[in-house]
Design a protein around this ligand. Structure first.
Ligand code: CDP
Length: 232
């Protein structure tokens, strides 16, 4: 059956879940296999956080945030390791992964003005379908009509361990500290008033604790192919 708002031979895929569940790796693999575009919405919240920190703007300063957002051009492009992100033509891909940004991003992500601007940009990316978007509110808020919705979880211990292994040896953070920071970010993301992290009622929950990233990606590709066949 033809879709109203895009090509009938493409669908949108929403992957939500807490920090470190493997969303971005999985989303990138799924997009690669289907020939779709991967959109990392967390990177957009991180880019806003970095930009605000540089201007000493806090998450509560709505007016200053609005002014900054109006002059901020965020661009996502396919890069060597997944996706590169540019803010006003500066490549901030590495800078947005700093601990300083990671520790503050959930405060900026709770701001209504930030969410409004970024959600609009994210919906625009998905208008023509064929995107795999990962985040916290994609299935519930940004793309409520996404044909495939996955809520990807894993135990907090497993998520912290995965992140710990990704960190460079000179990173001065212990596994325990990392686990506490991830748990705190989950708490902030789950408890905020606007578009909190929550499983959409029609999302399929996948617990990746005992699964390989490859198996998780294959499960989502299979689900997507079934949806695509149904749409024809
Ligand atoms: O990669 P990781 O799981 O550490 O986080 P991320 O996807 O880069 O997202 C960073 C932060 O952005 C999250 O902790 C949320 O506070 C926020 N975020 C959000 O609120 N909504 C989204 N759609 C994506 C990210």
């Amino acid at each position: 059956m033809a879709q109203q708002d895009g090509d009938s031979d493409r669908i949108n895929i929403a992957i939500d879940g807490p920090a470190g569940a493997g969303k971005s790796t999985v989303a990138r693999m799924v997009a690669g296999q289907l020939g779709y575009v991967y959109i990392d919405t967390g990177a957009m919240y991180r880019a806003v956080t970095l930009s605000a920190q540089r201007l000493s703007i806090t998450a509560e300063q709505d007016e200053r945030l609005a002014e900054m957002l109006a002059s901020l051009q965020i661009k996502l492009e396919p890069g060597v390791n997944g996706q590169s992100i540019f803010v006003n033509d500066e490549d901030v891909t590495t800078l947005i992964r700093s601990r300083e940004v990671t520790r503050h991003v959930s405060y900026f992500a709770a701001s209504g003005i930030v969410r409004q601007v970024l959600s609009t940009m994210q919906r625009d990316y998905a208008i023509r379908k064929g995107v795999v978007m990962d985040g916290r509110d994609i299935g519930t808020h940004v793309l409520p009509n996404a044909e495939v919705k996955v809520f990807l979880t894993a135990s907090v211990e497993e998520r912290a361990l995965r992140r710990f292994k990704e960190l460079s040896a000179d990173n001065a953070i212990s596994l325990e500290q990392l686990e506490a920071e991830i748990a705190e970010r989950d708490r902030l993301d789950e408890q905020r008033d606007i578009s909190p992290l929550i499983r959409a009622s029609d999302a399929i929950e996948l617990d990746s604790t005992g699964m390989t990233i490859h198996d998780v990606a294959q499960t989502i590709v299979k689900l997507s192919r079934t949806k695509l066949a149904e749409a024809k």
